[in-house]
Design a protein around this ligand. Structure first.
Ligand code: NAP
Ligand code: FE
Length: 366
């Protein structure tokens, strides 16, 4: 049985785990930069971190200007603050946007980007990272990826480095009690996409499969709550756990064509990341079902669906009305996706025409 598997993140899960493990912060130093967005001040996550840092005698500064789909200027501003403050470590609180931005900030706090952040040397030093997700989707708390908006190439680009694995990830679903229905549903679709794409990756292995299947099983169990838009605390905990499992999967396998195509829907149409993936996933799977039938059936079975159309119908209520985009534009997106490195990562090869057809069937006009 040939496979490789790596997961260096200490995962601490449970109610009030940040406060209960306050002492752990001091193992990374005595000065923290907190990187976050605006919602953590309302959902309790920021005050838990401030209390935990205060209790353990750490000084901290808050940088809360990370926008969704983080930009390079926001990351540079955060890194400047980290350097001026003399931060020993970075605490990221939020969805994938602050969590990814924090990784890039931790990198630039330690090394100059020389003008091109996307050509970062993956062996360079990075400030230690502690991650606290407040959405259940990206799995950034357990991945070595930071995905930033790349205006020069008009897309989103992933920077990958082993040093981007956080030292600790705290999982507490209580921070998601007030998370809106759209973000909850879209982030769950992102997690589903990670588990499915992970199983179709050329790097999929026995252990990543176990985690992907468990993630898909749990997500299927949450589909009723996701469609109803009503969540118990247990639903929140399960969604978060499923997303972290799927994150561990892609940390080992990477993602495939769905993510490559999705970046254009986000960059040019403002589709949230998970929504973009959810729109494309069923038609991507339909192509895989033709070319790799046994594996695709295995994925669908793990996710609790009899067929691709069954799956498409089950997640359609989460997506509502679709973006509709003309052929000429979709052709340009297919071209862009075809040169993305994720394409080579898939067990099924998608050429430009395949990508165009998936885009057309998912968000085509007419
Ligand atoms: P997000 O952009 O981090 O957050 C979406 C929205 O939800 C923001 O307005 C955010 O507000 C708000 N929000 C977050 N937590 C909340 C809470 N508990 N209660 C109320 N509102 C809350 O969305 P995301 O889907 O989690 O992350 C998407 C990003 O992650 C994309 O840039 C994507 O490319 C990236 N990603 C990374 C990986 C990886 O492996 N690193 C994998 C997949 C995706 P504030 O931000 O203002 O708080
Ligand atoms: Fe994703």
């Amino acid at each position: 049985m040939d496979f490789q598997f790596y997961m260096p993140v200490k995962i601490i899960s449970g109610r009030d785990c940040v406060l209960k493990n306050a002492k752990l912060f001091t193992s990374f130093g005595l000065r923290a930069l907190i990187v976050t967005g605006k919602s953590s001040a309302k959902n309790g996550a920021l005050s838990d971190v401030e209390n935990a840092l205060g209790e353990s005698g750490c000084a901290y500064k808050i940088y809360d200007r990370i926008p969704p789909n983080p930009t390079v200027p926001s990351v540079r501003e955060g890194a400047k603050l980290a350097r001026e403050f003399g931060a020993d470590f970075v605490v990221a609180i939020g969805g994938g946007s602050p969590m990814d931005a924090a990784k890039a900030i931790a990198m630039l706090a330690r090394q100059e980007d020389g003008g091109d952040i996307f050509s970062y040397k993956s062996t360079g030093e990075v400030l230690p990272l502690v991650h606290i997700p407040t959405t259940a989707g990206t799995g950034s708390e357990v991945t070595p990826y930071a995905i930033l908006t790349n205006d020069e190439k008009q897309t989103k680009t992933s920077i990958s480095a082993p040093a981007f694995f956080p030292r600790v990830a705290f999982l507490d679903g209580k921070y998601m009690r007030g998370l809106g229905q759209e973000t909850t549903a879209y982030t769950a679709l992102d997690a589903m996409s990670h588990a499915m794409e992970g199983m179709l990756s050329v790097r999929a292995g026995a252990l990543s499969d176990v985690l992907a299947k468990e993630s898909l099983r749990l997500l299927k169990g949450e589909l009723g709550a996701l469609c109803a838009g009503v969540y118990t605390d247990e639903d929140r905990d399960v969604l978060l756990y499923a997303a972290t499992l799927a994150g561990i999967v892609i940390a080992n396998t990477g993602t495939c064509a769905v993510h490559s195509m999705g970046y254009s829907l986000t960059y040019f149409h403002g589709a949230p990341h998970g929504r973009a993936n959810g729109l494309l996933l069923p038609e991507f799977l339909a192509v895989c079902a033709k070319r790799l039938p046994d594996r695709t059936r295995e994925i669908l079975r793990a996710a609790g669906f009899a067929s691709c159309s069954d799956f498409a119908a089950a997640i359609a209520p989460l997506l509502g009305e679709r973006e509709r985009i003309c052929d000429e534009t979709l052709s340009a997106y297919a071209e862009k996706a075809s040169v993305n490195k994720n394409i080579k990562n898939c067990q099924v090869f998608f050429d430009k025409d395949d990508l165009f057809r998936v885009l057309k069937r998912s968000v085509g006009r007419g």
